[in-house]
Design a protein around this ligand. Structure first.
Ligand code: UD1
Length: 418
């Protein structure tokens, strides 16, 4: 489980290199399976979610090897179509293998992903789209079995621009017969990253970052070397940390246009942000200002994955702020933990009203999910005295080196396995 022990109140100054993106690399790992050959990925984050995904692709026959932060995947042989249940339970986003294993072998059996800590996260949109592509889907005793003699291109209109559904359809369509168009597709940068990666492998996809994506099926793919883009949520998390505690930070290896919505809210709180080609500078005033309203929305709107960290800033801002979480129905599990530290927050359904307090107090708190856990670290950095953030395993799912990175810029914290 593990915990982070934080002594609060130290300003943060310096620079951090942002790790490769979790939400980009997971679909890219799934996509690698489509090729009977080798994939080399640079700037791959060494995080628990990646390790779990690697265990899954090894369990179906792939060979994987790390060389520093470079990952080599040999997917010449895939010898089973069954994704073990224990992995799907460990990592809900393994559902992304549905499209790629199907694309490679025309059959896949995967356990139904249960609820997760931030909401029920159904996969109805994924399945509805795959059915339109000549794929038969059976729901048997908690397992989904998908099979087809030939994946056929189709016109798919999503009821909602789901990131995972868009990725699964793209993955299933790459080696299909004909042309697939996805209307009302997700526009997240990770979708564009998947398009770039697949096209470098020989796929024919266009339209990512618009709401219509077109995939022309091809016969085969080829080996590829690819550098994973920087993680926009890690960058946002470190911006939030500096915003909360104060100081000056350079973030290296960022794509600042991916951060537009987050930067806009940082500026509204009174931070100064300057962007360069591949880096960003943030400095912070004496006290943050509240924000009238933050609504989480699909990209390019404000990301739900930054909601908790931003709340850790607003709890110490001057004035009252409102957050409306429109994407996931139960993504406020960090709220009672922040309240233990003295935060003044009322939630009603998807709305949170945050009255800024002058100081937070250190406390023993529990991470309930990945980003909520990061938010508790941020609150701890700013609190008087010691904060212990338990259940650190949630945070390690997505943050490669949060302890080292924050220490490097002046934070006092340590990770303990106990
Ligand atoms: C991805 C990200 C996650 C991020 C989220 C929204 C990865 C590994 N995860 O998750 O970090 O918070 O996008 O930006 O990339 N929905 C349905 N039916 C479906 C699919 C989704 O109702 O078939 C709903 C979900 O319950 C949720 C909303 O649509 O309320 C958004 O989900 P989606 O965009 O699919 O998120 P994920 O791909 O799961």
């Amino acid at each position: 489980m593990g915990k982070f022990i934080i002594e609060g109140g130290y300003k943060l100054n310096g620079e951090i290199k942002v790790q490769g993106s979790k939400n980009a690399v997971l679909p890219v790992l799934a996509a690698a399976i489509l090729n009977k050959g080798k994939t080399v990925l640079y700037n791959c984050p060494k995080i628990m979610d990646v390790n779990n995904m690697l265990k899954i692709i090894e369990s179906i026959g792939c060979q994987v090897k790390w060389e520093e932060d470079t990952l080599i995947i040999d997917s010449t042989i895939i010898d089973t179509h069954i994704i073990p249940k224990k992995y799907v339970q460990m990592m809900r986003s393994s559902i992304i293998l549905l499209g790629s294993v199907l694309g490679r072998t025309k059959y896949v059996k995967i356990s139904f992903p249960g609820g997760c800590s931030i909401g029920s996260r159904p996969i109805d949109l994924h399945l509805k789209a795959l059915k339109q592509m000549n794929i038969t889907i059976e729901d048997k005793y908690g397992f989904i079995e998908c099979s087809t003699d030939k994946i056929k291109g189709a016109k798919v209109t999503l009821d909602y621009p789901s990131v995972g559904a868009t990725e699964n359809i793209m993955l299933a369509a790459v080696l299909s017969d004909g042309v697939t168009t996805i209307h009302n597709a997700a526009k997240e940068p990770e979708i564009s990253e998947l398009q770039y990666f697949l096209n470098q492998m020989g796929a024919m996809i266009e339209g990512a970052s618009t709401d219509t994506i077109t995939i022309k099926g091809v016969k085969a793919l080829h080996d590829v070397e690819y550098r994973i883009m920087p993680d926009r949520i890690i960058a946002g998390t470190y911006m939030s940390a500096v915003a909360s505690v104060g100081g000056e930070l350079y973030l290296n290896d960022v794509k600042s246009d991916h951060l537009d919505a987050t930067i806009a809210k940082m500026v509204e709180m009174g931070c100064y942000v300057k962007t360069y080609d591949d880096k960003l500078f943030i400095s912070v005033p004496q006290r943050l200002q509240s924000i009238d309203l933050i609504r989480t929305q699909p990209y390019p709107g404000f990301p739900t994955d930054m909601q908790a960290q931003m709340m850790s800033d607003l709890v110490v801002a001057n004035g009252t702020s409102i957050i409306v979480e429109t994407i996931f129905e139960s993504r406020y599990k960090h709220v009672p933990e922040l309240a233990k530290m003295g935060a003044d927050i009322i939630t009603d359904g998807r709305t949170a009203v945050i009255k800024g307090v002058k100081r937070l107090n250190g406390a023993e708190v529990f991470a309930k999910d990945l980003r909520g856990g990061a938010a508790l670290i941020i609150a701890g950095l700013n609190a008087d005295g010691r904060t212990v953030v338990n259940n650190a395993h949630h945070i390690l799912r997505g943050y490669e080196s949060i302890e080292t990175d924050l220490k490097k810029i002046g934070a006092q914290l340590r990770y303990s396995k106990d």
